[in-house]
Design a protein around this ligand. Structure first.
Ligand code: ATP
Length: 584
């Protein structure tokens, strides 16, 4: 997406046809308003001044009724066009946010508070609605109809034309002043809402921790503070809105009063104009000001929307493109489903310029080899695993897969080959079966899901549940232990049959039986795959073909276990500690 062009301008340029339609509808509406006033003035003139019979004006009244009906229809059509513009724009903005989040590099996606992002993606995008459904239709009307009425009034009675010409500019002038103030306030409101949502979600997720540390009262006060901040920001906007309405009403009343006074003087004192003309002008003037007044209100909500859209733009800019390759630069080369060879060619990575740095390479992993990454806590094991997975992009150097840079392989075909079993797999709100099925990336039969659950050692657990595979898990559902979650992630992997397995071995001690189930399932899964494990258990380390030993972000040594034991003293020390402690 081109960030230099504003999000609203981008949406508008995609909706040119609807904009033309809005302009045409507004023109027709203007003609209907003038015709309605003309017909009404004519009917009143004939019935009340010329005392014509009701039957002689029947045709005129029928015509008047049809024009009124047409005017209503045109207003409805105008609203419909605005609503469809808003629906399309909101859908586009949400998909832009989602696309950015899914395609940006992992660190930039994770930056900032989740609650804040949710509030921007939902509430701020929703607020953009009124720009398209309200502001744009009113602006199209304001650009055409008042001009039409003004020209017509000048033709009928030049004095009124001059009064309108003199008083009307106060309305847009006032709108601009108020609008500028509202835009900043609205941006402030969305910043406050994002902060409030972020604090609230954080507190909900960390409720147990807060309770244990006796911090729930402090957090409650913080929520209260951010909710009051949001309230104040909203009240500020409402204050501006009420002042705006009051001022607009005053200007309109005053202007209509001046016109009415001038008409009365012309009609009664100077007797220089016929009743028909005076009445017609008096019908048109409120229409003129009503339109401008509606535009004023629309302008206010338009500016509020623009503030919300600015928040969406800011979030898109903050997520940024990361180190994602440009579109078109990505190759369409598809990987074949077979264990890949992976190599690191002097890879250098950091999360931010002055943060943790990782240097690794050259490293070469053959197809089907099983690798263990070991090292102290914080030495960069998980970061290295993410670099292998392509979840993080190196700052310099290259990750090679089957002899070509990883970026040259089609991203989808790469992730189709990979299964990543983290220590804390994410369980989506849904049934056991749904959660296992997402591993396949295709529609799978109930039998396949059952089979995968069995292979991952989940069948005893599932059999003990009243609703079996249809039990709700994840948020709002039945809770799962760490070991159960990892087995569920394994079941996903069994459905997928990956060519590359990335495994973050649990650091917490699982009971012997669970550990054995996990171990034998992983071994079965890895039979025909390349596997890279962040290893904490001596057993896993010994079983690996090669060990990558990380020390303070640097790949300090690589080779088979026995060789490292013999030649790398720090490695030997670490293994010794593990042997004494059982596991790291
Ligand atoms: N998203 C991030 N942004 C900035 N720094 C990070 C980020 N993730 C991790 N780090 C830092 O990078 C360093 C390496 O982290 P990493 O998770 O790779 O270590 P590890 O060896 O896997 O540790 P452990 O065994 O404790 O899980 C740590 O100092 C950590 O604080």
């Amino acid at each position: 997406m081109d960030n230099k062009k504003s999000l609203i301008a981008e949406q508008m340029s995609g909706q040119r046809k609807r904009l033309v339609l809005l302009t045409l509808l507004s023109l027709m509406l203007g003609i209907a308003i003038v015709s309605q006033a003309g017909l009404l003035a004519e009917a009143v003139q004939r019935v009340f001044v010329e005392k014509a019979s009701l039957s002689s004006v029947a045709l005129l009244l029928a015509l008047l009724l049809s024009v009124m009906a047409i005017r209503t229809l045109l207003l409805y059509a105008n609203g419909r066009v605005g609503l469809s513009m808003a629906a399309e724009a909101k859908a586009n903005m949400r998909s832009a946010v989602l696309q950015k989040l899914t395609h940006a590099s992992m660190p930039s996606t994770l930056r900032g508070q989740t609650g804040g992002k949710v509030s921007v993606a939902l509430d701020a995008v929703d607020e953009a609605d009124s720009y398209f459904s309200h502001y744009m239709p009113r602006m199209a009307e304001a650009a055409i109809i008042p001009v039409l009425i003004l020209v017509f009034t000048f033709i009928l009675h030049a004095n009124t034309g001059f009064i309108l010409l003199f008083t009307a500019p106060f309305i847009p002038l006032f709108m601009i002043l108020v609008g500028l103030q509202t835009k900043n306030k609205s941006e402030e409101k969305y910043a406050q809402l994002a902060e409030f949502s972020g604090t609230f979600l954080d507190s909900l997720q960390g409720l147990v921790t807060l309770k244990i540390f006796g911090q729930s009262r402090r957090q409650q006060q913080q929520i209260e503070r951010s909710s009051l901040g949001y309230r104040d920001a909203t009240m500020d906007i409402l204050k501006v809105a009420f002042t705006n309405t009051f001022m607009l009403e005053s200007i309109v009343m005053l202007s209509i009063g001046i016109v009415a006074l001038e008409l009365a003087i012309q009609l009664l004192v100077f007797k220089s104009m016929p009743f028909h003309t005076a009445f017609l002008v008096l019908l048109l003037v409120p229409e003129f000001f009503n339109l401008l007044k509606n535009t004023g209100t629309a302008f206010h909500s338009g500016r509020t929307s623009m503030g919300a859209v600015r928040k969406v733009e800011q979030m898109l800019a903050e997520i940024g493109g990361g180190t994602q390759p440009e579109e078109g630069q990505q190759s369409s080369a598809k990987l074949l489903r077979m264990p890949p060879s992976i190599a690191l060619d002097d890879v250098h990575f950091h999360y931010a310029p002055d943060s943790f740095e990782l240097k690794a390479g050259p490293v070469s992993i053959g197809p089907g080899e099983h690798i263990a990454i070991v090292g102290k806590s914080g030495s960069g094991k998980t970061t290295l695993l993410h670099l292998f997975a392509g979840l993080l992009k190196p700052v310099s150097g290259t990750v090679m897969v089957n002899g070509s840079p990883l970026t040259e392989w089609e991203e989808d075909s790469w992730f189709e080959q990979v299964s990543y079993i983290t220590q804390h797999p994410y369980i989506f709100a849904g049934t056991f079966a749904d959660n296992i099925a997402i591993g396949a990336g295709r529609t799978v039969s109930r039998d396949e899901i059952k089979q995968a659950a069995e292979e991952a050692g989940l069948s005893t657990l599932v059999a003990g549940l009243e609703q079996g595979l249809d039990t709700y898990v994840g948020e709002g559902g039945r809770g799962l232990s760490g070991g159960e979650k990892q087995r569920l992630a394994l079941a996903r992997a069994f459905l997928k049959r990956p060519a590359l397995i990335l495994f973050d071995e649990p650091t917490v001690g699982l009971d012997l039986q669970t550990e054995q189930i996990l171990q034998s399932s992983i071994t079965a899964l890895a039979r025909n795959a390349t596997m890279i494990t962040v290893a904490h258990r001596l057993y896993t380390i010994r079983q690996a073909d090669h060990i990558l030993f990380m020390d303070h972000g640097v790949l300090a040594a690589a080779g088979p276990h026995e060789e490292l034991l013999e030649h790398v003293s720090q490695y030997a020390e670490m293994v010794d500690i593990q042997r004494k402690g059982g596991s790291a």
